[in-house]
Design a protein around this ligand. Structure first.
Ligand code: PNS
Length: 159
């Protein structure tokens, strides 16, 4: 069984992320979407909330599982018997850092490949950070994130 891990912060999940989840689901037998638990960052949504949002938005994709991890991604991927790490690439600006991480992960475990999927051009400008910035100042985020979290993103900035 070919298993891939799609890691990220997903704070919050965007429609660009969901596009990558769906497309990687077509390439692998199982895709594990893995939310990074990073104690050094103060997220908008807790890890549990992010996992729950992903579970709800991906519930109709049969071969996708949602999980969280801490520590090194490559160790997590090995523990899940994954043969690949999936990353979405939006623009050249993503490439340098992603290439560096892909090489480092390859050095740490040569058996696991990093596979890049080009983001749908509709979402090439989209990032979780930009969504947060736009929402914080009352801009429209419709169509950029799953509908079920649209209102909650604005609410988080009102607290
Ligand atoms: O959505 P993000 O924040 O761009 O995702 C970054 C992520 C989670 C893929 C990256 O930070 C990561 O892999 N973190 C786990 C720690 C790790 O393995 N670091 C070494 C990378 S070579």
């Amino acid at each position: 069984m070919k298993i891939a891990v799609y890691p990220g912060s997903f704070d919050p999940t965007t429609n660009g992320h969901l596009d990558i989840v769906k497309r990687s689901g077509l390439l692998f037998d199982k895709v594990i979407v893995a939310v990074l638990n990073n104690p050094n960052k103060k997220p908008l949504f807790s890890v549990e909330e992010r996992v729950d949002i992903l579970r709800r938005t991906c519930k109709d994709i049969e071969n996708v599982e949602i999980d969280c991890f801490s520590g090194l991604l490559i160790d997590y991927a090995k523990s899940k018997n994954a043969c690949a790490i999936v990353k979405g690439l939006r623009a050249v600006s993503d490439f340098e850092y992603e290439l560096q991480m892909a090489h480092m992960n390859k050095k740490l475990n040569p058996d696991i490949e990093t596979i890049f999927i080009m983001t749908n051009s509709r979402y090439s400008y989209l990032s979780s950070s930009l969504v947060k910035e736009v929402a914080q100042f009352g801009g429209c985020i419709k169509g950029l994130v799953p509908e079920i979290i649209e209102d909650e993103i604005y609410n988080r900035f009102m607290k």
